[in-house]
Design a protein. Structure first.
Length: 184
């Protein structure tokens, strides 16, 4: 597969939505995937921050998680009504049934699946995630794996994001997307 996938793949006609737990690589991989597909990249957490005018941590701290989830839904429904793009979502987005159903209807979902050890190593690099501040990161992530992996498993495409260079993961996604277009 060529590193510039636009040479070999048709441009997507719908949003490509990356789902998965914190540390799965949604933003990093998403940015590169968008470059490879020749479409724009949008990070829904970043859009929430811009809409709220403060950080995700501040939203959780000042208004609580329920308000964050409400904002998350509003921002994602707006973004999903737009044209093709690569859209990285926060880890809780695909858990919300309204968001999940809208993604199913309007987009192609890609679950970046990673093991606990890999996620733990990646989330430990930054201490900005409110859900991980309340206790042992390993125990919290492990519980989120139990709760959310059965839901993420409903994504259209599942990609192992444990190992390999970012470029390799991007190439795996591009080829899975091409198969999806060819075979429905
Ligand atoms: C969350 C994940 C975060 C962010 C918020 C809640 C979650 O995004 O949306 O802190 O519920 O898993 P990332 O998955 O991009 O870290």
């Amino acid at each position: 597969m060529a590193s510039n996938a636009t040479d070999t793949s048709p441009a997507p006609t719908k949003p490509i939505v990356l789902v998965g737990l914190m540390g799965a690589g949604k933003s990093t991989i998403g940015r590169r995937l968008a470059g490879a597909l020749g479409i724009s990249f949008i990070d829904s957490d970043q859009e929430i921050v811009e809409a709220a005018g403060c950080s995700i941590s501040d939203i959780f701290e000042m208004y609580g998680e329920a308000i964050f989830r409400d904002l998350e839904q509003r921002v994602l429904l707006r973004l999903l009504a737009g044209g093709p793009c690569v859209l990285a979502t926060g880890g809780g987005a695909f858990v919300n049934p309204t968001i999940r159903d809208t993604i199913r209807e309007k987009a192609i979902s890609v679950w970046l699946k990673a093991d606990l050890e890999v996620l733990l190593e990646r989330v430990s690099r930054r201490d900005t995630r409110p859900l991980l501040k309340s206790g042992d990161k390993s125990a919290i992530l492990s519980k989120l794996i139990d709760d959310r992996y059965p839901l993420y498993a409903g994504a259209d495409i599942v990609i192992d994001s444990n190992a390999g260079l970012h470029e390799t993961v991007v190439e795996r996604i591009v080829s899975a997307l091409a198969q999806k277009v060819d075979h429905g």
